[in-house]
Design a protein around this ligand. Structure first.
Ligand code: BES
Ligand code: MN
Ligand code: ZN
Length: 475
């Protein structure tokens, strides 16, 4: 997409609130023929007769308009243009009673979302669309700031998607680390990669146990971005980095295994976030870690019943080798909170199938030990249009993963599976710092597209995390 501010030309889109009339022959015609009421998201296309083609876009009740709707409508509009072979469009915004910069960002995003492709075969790709955009109101520098921000965020989202969509024959711990190094160094993010021997020396027995069954050796990736010299505070991000999850000896079903290259969705998101921050030179200090490995079966693999230690010194009884993510996160979490001493931490993980049963593919399941921190994140996620649902972090659930022989067992069974998995990870947060856990098993990789996200990898929460660590000033 080419996005031009304050230019004219192309298919003219009329934004029409419900119940309002505009002075245009296509509107009069559509009204007369009962083709248009102005319902939110309604689109009517009028091919070129004289001059340019025109489109009526229903805005519904302006008072109820949300950025989420706007993003989705822009995506629908972009798809309509593509299907008609149109390549240039003129958007002259009306007063939508929302911050004009946010309107611009939502519309930009809708258009950009339809551009994402992950293809390993030849396929005809729709021609690039030029968007000529005139905001309802300036100031222009604020609009440009918003544009730059959403562009950078979506670059990060697309990078995350590419990492997650790539299959496990291409992305394994070594290549995941390489991609992080190559892309992040370019934008001023410092990346350190530890190999197996170094991870052993660091004492990450839990993490290492999960990767033992694979010939592809694990990597521990540390990424640091220092964009705010005015502050000493650092936010920590931890991404689950299973480049493939077969389940191990607690093997998955064939159907359950096919898409398990997506099990580094959390890693994809944190790497994508670091990229977006670096690219836009955001004012934030963020450190991210990924413990990358594969959960496979071999003569070297870890087995059920094994009791393993961890960086924190706490012991884990492995009752299910398919509950591997939390074991890797145990060491990653302890490392970032105890050794790197971040001030607050968020972990993102495609952790449980249970979150799909509870919230489907629309909502990420969340836990926290600090309500204020979570409320800030919720706001950042709302602005991004990324849905999150908080689950109860109640002590009572913790009985589920008490072990008779070790400090914990790695699965609390079927009941409240998302909560107990998250709480297990929370056991490895050092120094009681504010923590948020995000289970993105349902939202990181979609079986079908939703209102504004494509099917397959989504790069979910790159935008929310960015908004959290580098808040946008109010309009
Ligand atoms: N990677 C899976 C969770 C998952 C499921 C991600 C579906 C994406 C889509 C995770 O490692 C796992 O296998 N979890 C188990 C835990 C259980 C054994 C306690 C699950 O959810 O079945
Ligand atoms: Mn698993
Ligand atoms: Zn997994």
């Amino acid at each position: 997409m080419k996005f031009n501010l304050n230019k004219k030309g192309g298919v003219k889109v009329h934004f029409v609130p419900k119940g309002e009339s505009i002075d245009s022959p296509v509107f009069v015609w559509a009204k007369e023929h009962e083709k248009f009421e102005g319902k939110g998201g309604q689109l009517v296309y009028f091919p070129k007769v004289e001059g340019e083609a025109e489109i009526l876009l229903g805005v519904g009740d302006v008072e109820e308009l949300s950025l989420y709707d706007l993003r989705a409508w822009a995506k629908k509009l972009a798809k309509l243009l593509q299907s008609k072979g149109e390549t240039e469009v003129e958007l002259s915004l009306i007063d939508l009673k929302v911050c004009n910069r946010k309107v611009l960002m939502a519309i930009y995003e809708g258009f950009r979302q339809v551009e994402y492709r992950f293809l390993k075969k030849e396929e005809e790709v729709p021609a690039e669309i030029t968007v000529n955009y005139t905001a309802f109101k300036g100031p222009e520098e604020k609009l440009m700031e918003g544009l730059n921000r959403i562009q950078g965020q979506l670059d990060g989202v697309f990078f995350a998607r590419d990492l997650v969509n790539e299959t496990s024959n291409v992305i394994y711990p070594e290549t995941l680390a390489q991609k992080a190094v190559e892309n992040l160094s370019e934008v001023g993010v410092n990346v350190t990669v530890y190999d197996k021997k170094q991870i052993e020396e660091m004492g990450m027995e839990a993490f290492l146990s999960v990767g033992k069954g694979s010939d592809n050796e694990p990597r521990f990736i540390v990424m640091e971005y220092k964009g705010n010299p005015d502050s000493k505070e650092v936010t920590g991000l931890v991404g689950k980095g299973l480049t493939y999850d077969s389940g191990g000896y607690s093997i998955k079903t064939p159907g359950g295994m096919v898409t398990m290259h997506c099990d580094m969705g959390g890693a994809g998101t944190v790497i994508g976030t670091m990229y977006a921050l670096g690219k836009t030179k955001a004012k934030a200090n963020v450190t991210a870690v990924v413990a990358a490995c594969e959960n496979l079966i071999s003569g070297h693999a870890y087995k059920t019943g094994d009791i393993i230690s961890s960086l924190s010194g706490k012991t884990i009884e492995v009752v299910n080798t398919d509950a591997e993510g939390r074991i890797t996160l145990a060491d990653a979490m302890y490392y970032i909170t105890n050794e790197l001493k971040v001030d607050r931490v968020i972990d993102l993980a495609t952790l449980t199938g249970a979150v799909l049963s509870a919230l489907g593919e629309e909502y990420t399941g969340a836990l926290t030990n600090n309500q204020e921190f979570f409320d800030n994140f919720q706001k950042a996620a709302d602005l991004a249009g990324e849905k999150v649902w908080q689950l109860p972090n109640d002590e009572a659930f913790k009985r589920g993963y008490k072990s008779k022989v070790a400090d914990f067992k790695n699965s609390g069974g079927r009941n409240a599976g998302t909560i107990t998995a998250g709480q297990f990870v929370g056991e490895f947060v050092a120094n009681d710092i504010p923590w948020i856990h995000l289970d993105i098993a349902g939202t990181a990789y979609l079986s079908k597209e939703n209102a504004y996200l494509p099917e397959l990898a989504t790069g979910v929460h790159v935008k929310a995390l960015y908004n959290l660590v580098a808040p946008m000033d109010e309009c």
